[in-house]
Design a protein around this ligand. Structure first.
Ligand code: FES
Ligand code: FES
Length: 210
């Protein structure tokens, strides 16, 4: 094939040229999409943490866990799996426990967020914190803030009559049994195996509440 400018192209050359040009266009498209996906979209948000109002400018994709740890420097809340499987990141939102790695910070605007730092202080411990110390409910301590936040919420769930997987009668008030406590705490993993002592700590606080 000969063009008017004198350039000669074989059929093979022409196909190669066409493929190269298509690949270039496709690559540019992919690159543009990747750049678009990586573009950080920030938003101003207001979080209420441990009774204090905090204004933050965050990437909309920031999890509550990362907002607490990396932006508000509340490092008592731990990151274990970052996938909702270990419970280390448990905090209390509007009185109920959640895995803070599984929710976006922006979704918690207007909510009452309580972390381990808001439950008690070294000079004025929450009864659950004191019971964990008394009963040796931890070893390395990595899971402990999540365990304590969960434990506080579990007792509230039982008090409010919320049934669990092991509740025999879904219409009756759940029992404060070791079986109920174990089931409800099963989302909080402790690699040190402090489980029996955690149950003891919770049973003591539950006893003092009933
Ligand atoms: Fe959230 Fe493990 S870090 S559940
Ligand atoms: Fe070490 Fe629970 S105390 S993981």
């Amino acid at each position: 094939m000969e063009y008017t400018n004198g350039v000669k192209l074989s059929r093979h050359d022409l196909l190669n040229e066409t493929n190269a040009s298509t690949a270039k266009t496709t690559n540019q498209g992919i690159q543009a999409s990747a750049e678009q996906a990586n573009a950080v979209v920030t938003s101003r948000m207001t979080l209420k943490v441990n009774g204090q109002i905090k204004e933050l400018d965050l990437d909309l994709r920031t999890t509550l866990l990362d907002a607490l740890r990396d932006h508000l420097h509340l490092t008592g809340t731990k990151k274990g799996c970052d996938h909702g499987q270990c419970g280390a990141c448990t905090v209390i939102v509007n009185g109920r426990r959640i895995n803070s790695c599984l929710t976006l910070a922006i979704l918690q605007e207007g909510a009452e967020i309580t972390t381990i730092e808001g439950l008690g202080t070294p000079g004025s411990l929450h009864p659950m914190q004191a019971a964990f110390i008394k009963h040796d409910g931890y070893q390395c301590g990595y899971c402990t803030s999540g365990q304590i936040c969960s434990a506080v919420s579990v007792l509230a769930e039982i008090r409010d009559g919320i049934p669990s997987h092991v509740s025999r009668d879904l219409t009756a008030k759940p029992l404060l049994s070791a079986e109920e406590i174990r089931e409800r705490m099963s989302g909080n993993i402790c690699r040190c195996g402090a489980y029996p002592n955690i149950i003891d700590a919770m049973a003591e606080v539950a006893g003092s509440q009933t």
